[in-house]
Design a protein around this ligand. Sequence first.
Ligand SMILES: Cc1ncc(COP(=O)(O)O)c(C=O)c1O
Length: 392
Amino acid sequence: MNIQPAKRLASIDSPSFSELYDAKKKYTERTGQEVIDFSIGSSNIPPHNQVKEALADAAKEDESYQYSLAPSKEIIDAIRQWYAKRYNVQLNEEEIITVKGSQEALSHIPLALCDENDLVLIPDPYYPIYGVAPKLAGANIYYMPLKEENDYLIDFDKIPEEIAKQAKLMYVSYPNNPTGKKAPDSFYEQLIEFATKNDIIVLHDNAYSELVFEEPLGKSFLAFEGAKNIGFELNSFSKSYSMGGARLAVMVGNKQVIDIYKKMINMTDFQAFGAIQKAGIQALAQADHFVPALRKEYKRRRDFFIEEMEKAGWQIQVPEATMFVWAKIPEHYSDSAKFNKDLLEKAGVLANAGTSFGQEGKRYVRFALVRDDDEVKEAARRIAQSQIISKI
Ligand SMILES: Cc1ncc(COP(=O)(O)O)c(C=O)c1O
């Protein structure tokens, strides 16, 4: 039997990891050196000790191994307190659900909200699942370019009226991966006005509110007037509390959206492992001790990375937020895929080609700040030696 994937899956390009793996292997065989990998934003900073202890303690309790049919009352209370204290946003119980990482909701929300051929607006460049999830649900995508000259903000005036009228859902995310930009209050006011006028549901992906390097810190989209009428927010434990492997995030905001999502998830899945919920409660309890140090460390890494690359002859714009550096490729390269290939083959340094985040990424590569200083130093040395930047 010749088994074919569903057309909706076959139509989606996925990056070829085997190609990358082969190229990494070849570099090591040729040079005897390991590739320095900046491609995946998986933090190498461990969570707070109390988080690990809460997880380990709960893992020893028999009751943790029963299905979690709903988030625990304790985690709902902890989320309400967190949103009130940190973001000045009051939430009631019906406006909250936990998910097994933001990715769960980013992937499934179009299935819950969109019919075939509905239109979903996504930014370009974008976190890759935004470009996949609507297609899996049979919806169509309209890309909203984020341009350097507009501070990588969505330009609502450039969205044609007929597109705005047709759209059902939009993905928005600041502080932004991959560009490292945050959005001013006026942006959120415009967003809410635009979405309200055009009846568009807003999904705000707030994974990096804690990784903002200058005051003011990141806010919640829900802190702005009218936001709850038209949208909801995802807030991940992966970056703020270094819990990426222990899948946990919250989905908060518009009650109708939360109800619809609960209905879908109750039919198709269960809640996060109870022990992970307990670890999440501890992460929120320890936030005031953990987050400032985490922020300081990423800022230090950012500055060190930019400085080292500057020594290697590469001038890179300093990101305001997140754990990423969005670096412009040298003028003499025509596109980011070719540059990224050379970066790997000639310097043994692995980043992400900007085009893996959309067409607007064609003159960029993205680095995740997940390597130690000596590796960053070595990466800069190899880049300088390879001379791939020198014509910049
Ligand atoms: C913008 C953005 N949203 C969501 C995620 C995924 O978060 P989670 O680990 O909660 O699925 C990431 C991870 O890199 C991200 O950058």
